[in-house]
Design a protein around this ligand. Sequence first.
Ligand code: HEM
Length: 396
Amino acid sequence: MAFDVTAFNPHDPAFLADPYAVYAQFRKEAPVAKVAPYGSYWVFRHEDVKTVLTATDLFLKSPPAQNAQAPVKTVLSTLPPGVFSMDPPRHNVVRPILDGLFASAITQAPALASQKAGLLIANARVSRRIELVADFATPLPASVLLSVLGIPGADSQAVSTWVGGALAGHDITASASAKGMAGTCALALGAYFQALMRLCPAHAELTGMVPSMARAGLGAGMSFEEAQQSAVNLVIAGYLSTTFLICSGVLNLIKTPGMWQALREAPQKIPVAIEEMMRFDAPAQLVDRYAAADTELAGVALKAGDAVTAVLGSANRDSAAFPNADTFDIERSPNEHVAFGSGIHYCLGAPLARLVAPVAIEALLEAFPSLTLAGLPQWQTDPYLRALASLPLAIG
Ligand code: HEM
């Protein structure tokens, strides 16, 4: 039977549980295809995904031709974007400033991660069970991130709640009230970072990424609003992505007989294994762009302004780029996955994820000779994410 693109439902639970066979079919039959209900052209092949990510003259983060005289659609869309939604030329100015500040902000991250891992593992030892998402993989990277960003400890609960609310509304099938709450939470985060940055000149004790943005960043050429929105981007983009990586990574390790024990005996292989965890189940499956002008991709005509979605999770399983692409091979090298994106928008937080994830995985390997499933893993319902909602494990 012919492949019917219109029958594809990205919210089908069977697709969400294992999207890879469907991606393979798209790569073969319809490598660039308009997907309802998103109204966006999804791009499935590795080569085409790389083009979407790197041809920044053809594919933009924000819709093209925003004319200052055009009628206002929503007031919020007129705010200056943070680094995540920025295109050149501002991106060329802001991104290097943030990269420099971030490199200094993350120096203590491995020590913080290791300390937090120790506390969480001690709790798990007592109960002999661990629900990996809530008991380990969320609090560990989240506490490191909030500390790296310079959020005072007394505010961390409120910030975490707002980030959770903002992320919950991303799924287009979320209820209207969850979407409304997501907007409220994003605004709360903006107001929070505005207040934090305003405190910085008079409070030398405030340190970390956001205070550095408020001091050195503004001096180096970022506007106050760009810094404020970039802080919102950092906390939202950084909060759960490493969580998803740790969880799907652990699940893949324990699903393959003998792999947990093998890695336990060779912890020096963890960094290479982490790259394979990223490739095999990319935490961010989809990233969005807009066509800058009329163009063509894999024979499909795109009009200026068309929404285009790079399917990172599919590119990472493309056998044209990876031998035995559907095999989870923790010694795979080279491994040119696109789980952190590619080109000028390559993940700003990648250096932090690459510090925290190995500490987390090594702490689990060291503490537990074996982990086994103690219930069904549950996947979240947003196709943008490869994200476990729950991973109950018994400790061996
Ligand atoms: C395993 C963890 C992570 C994954 C898989 C991931 C994935 C990605 C991807 C795919 C992009 C490119 C988006 C695009 O091209 O549209 C990106 C960008 C970004 N990420 Fe991450 N990320 C991770 C961790 C983090 C962390 C910890 C932070 C914050 C500390 C962070 C902050 C950002 C920011 C600010 C951008 C925008 C960069 C730009 O547009 O110049 N990410 N990330």
